[in-house]
Design a binder for this molecule. Structure first.
Ligand code: SAM
Ligand code: SF4
Ligand code: SF4
Length: 331
């Protein structure tokens, strides 16, 4: 801690996301982060703006506030806050694209809100909130990007429903990018994803959540299990399996049984998947009011043993690990 901070008897803080990240959010805003906390907005009403460079002034103000020991209300209690450390590089090294919510399926657990067949239909003609490409180019034009490190995270709805996704990806590739992470339901095969995987610039993550058509249909509300598997096989034969991640989100009453999970793991072995992530439906754990049933641990144990035997990487997100360790409600 610096002398002046000590003298004021105040703590100084910082947030790495505030320093180096940008989140184009579906709240029509540019924010520093996409975390459990919704951080302060740097710029609001993006759909009415032609430029975002004003975000630098807002960012400076928040960084100074934190350094002076004042925590913005939106950051209160956030796990990303740390003690202040001198930083000299404020260029952007991660951009999260979350400005679209359109999707061609309807996972019953989706964090984008209650999804229905009607919503899928509506999404086909729903325009995006704002033109993100204009702002991305502006960031490059003003040398605000760390081109080597830049990590792009396509969140939002589903990338295949974002009409100019190819143009966005090509802009990143032409202007400089590290890695482009694409979470997708994988129902539509996208040549640009294949290209990214072949170039070793992309990571693909699909939550399959099931080992058969029937369970997939119940969870995703579309009959596309076979299509998704077929697309995975196509990507693997073109680009290998080292950047393909398949997720199984345990959803209470739908796929939380060992029999389904065994089917899933055998399918993964079949198509040569090397990275599996097991997660728990956020809706159950987000407010800490959920007792983890015993059979969830059986599924996790089975995953560990299976992955060890077949040399598959098994990932469990840190927050989920914490919840599993705790075992039940924090209340
Ligand atoms: C909202 S989705 C957007 C990207 C893409 N449509 C997809 O599903 O992969 C972002 C990520 O959040 C995950 N997700 C959404 N709702 C969740 C929930 N209730 N519990 C756990 N993960 C969830 C999805 O599996 C996906 O990996
Ligand atoms: S402290 Fe948390 S809420 Fe605030 S900007 Fe950082 S990540 Fe976002
Ligand atoms: S694929 Fe992604 S965006 Fe679409 S409903 Fe499922 S979780 Fe939501």
């Amino acid at each position: 801690m610096k002398f002046f901070d000590f003298k004021k008897n105040k703590k100084s803080y910082m947030c790495p996301l505030m320093n180096n990240h940008l989140h184009f959010s579906c709240r029509d805003a540019l924010e520093p982060c996409c975390s459990a906390n919704i951080g302060p907005a740097f710029v609001s009403k993006l759909s009415e703006k032609n430029s975002i460079t004003g975000f630098i002034e807002a960012k400076k103000q928040y960084i100074k506030m934190l350094k002076d020991g004042k925590i913005p209300a939106e950051c209160n209690g956030c796990v990303h806050l740390t003690e202040y450390k001198e930083v000299s590089d404020f260029r952007i090294n991660k951009i999260t694209l979350n400005h679209y919510t359109q999707c061609n399926c309807a996972c019953i657990y989706c964090t984008q809100g209650n999804r229905t067949h009607e919503k899928i239909k509506e999404d086909e003609n729903k325009p995006v909130l704002f033109d993100v490409l204009k702002f991305i180019n502006e960031l490059y034009d003003n040398n605000l990007i760390d081109k080597e490190k830049l990590y792009i995270d396509f969140q939002g709805g589903n990338i295949s429903c974002l009409k100019n996704h190819e143009e966005i990806i090509k802009t990143f590739l032409n202007r400089g990018v590290g890695t482009i992470y694409i979470p997708t339901n994988n129902i539509v095969y996208l040549p640009v994803i294949e290209k990214l995987l072949v170039m070793k610039k992309g990571e693909l993550c699909t939550a399959l959540d099931s080992g058969c058509r029937e369970t997939y249909l119940k969870i995703k509300q579309v009959d596309k299990f076979d299509k998704s598997i077929e697309n995975l096989k196509r990507y693997i034969s073109a680009a290998g399996n080292d950047s393909i991640i398949i997720k199984y989100i345990i959803v209470h009453g739908y796929n939380d049984n060992l029999e389904e999970f065994k089917k899933f793991m055998n399918k993964m072995l079949d198509i040569n998947i090397k990275i599996i992530v097991v997660d728990i439906d956020y809706r159950d754990i987000i407010d800490g009011d959920f007792t983890i049933p015993k059979h969830y641990y059986d599924i996790i144990r089975y995953a560990e043993e299976f992955c060890k035997e077949y040399h598959i990487d098994l990932g469990i997100p840190p927050y989920t690990k914490q919840v599993l360790k705790q075992g039940y409600s924090k209340r």
